[in-house]
Write a protein that binds this ligand. Sequence first.
Ligand code: SAM
Length: 263
Amino acid sequence: MTTRNTLAFDTATARRIEANYLTPEVVAQRREIMRRLELKPGEHVIDIGTGPGLLTDEMARAVGPGGRVVGIDLSNEMLAMSRVRCAAQAWVELGQADAVTLPFAKATFDAAVSAQVYEYVGDLARALAEARRVLRPGGRLLVLDTDWDSIVWNTSDRPRTTRMLTAWKEHVIHPHLPRTLGRRLKDAGFVVEDIGVFTLVNSEYGQHTVSHGLAALMAAFVPGRQGISEAEVAAWVADLRELGAADNYFFSLNRYLFLARNP
Ligand SMILES: C[S@@+](CC[C@H](N)C(=O)[O-])C[C@H]1O[C@@H](n2cnc3c(N)ncnc32)[C@H](O)[C@@H]1O
């Protein structure tokens, strides 16, 4: 079996992801993360895979200047966006690091968050062990990840859409992580306190919707995988546009949220 590259978080991808994360659906998803995390002023938090820094920024507002928010990411392009976004908050620290080797002492943080990151991490057992190590006893970890089989998308050619989605699954290492994440967290020594689901739904193909942004990410990633050509991708996107124009559009996707405690 040949190994294909997963998604590269370069400048173009970082911009697409940032735009996607500013859609109302993903804004609501962040609100849900914040609701479950229940951050208090003065708390110390780590954002593992900070990305464009939108969640980092919200967490910084919640803990306030008496708190501390650390964001780590592998991608310099993503970190650059986070630095601009969080520039006014001196209690935010951003740096390049890998989720599998967090450069912090044991029991440094009250809370840790990793949203849409662990599905990209090969050695997940090590990443979860690291998250637990840097949490104080009683500290919590909030993980959000997608099961990419949870997509329901109205399209005119279902076999073509299935091939598109199969190729898109190659963008991550664990396309079905939520199914096994509970077990993996327990194996890492966490107590799983709650598992929830947040559904993203679109009934139109507007430019400022999560599925429009996802289609753009897929259109850039998929050509050449699963025998899919540029022309086929263009036809698939045109179909979405036509269904939108005919007021016959439907998309939904589940994001799963795990709240785990370091006992
Ligand atoms: C889809 S983005 C999510 C960003 C952010 N957590 C959010 O929800 O807004 C995934 C991020 O994970 C980062 N990432 C992937 N693998 C990583 C690893 N092993 N260690 C640290 N960051 C990683 C990527 O560079 C990217 O910024």
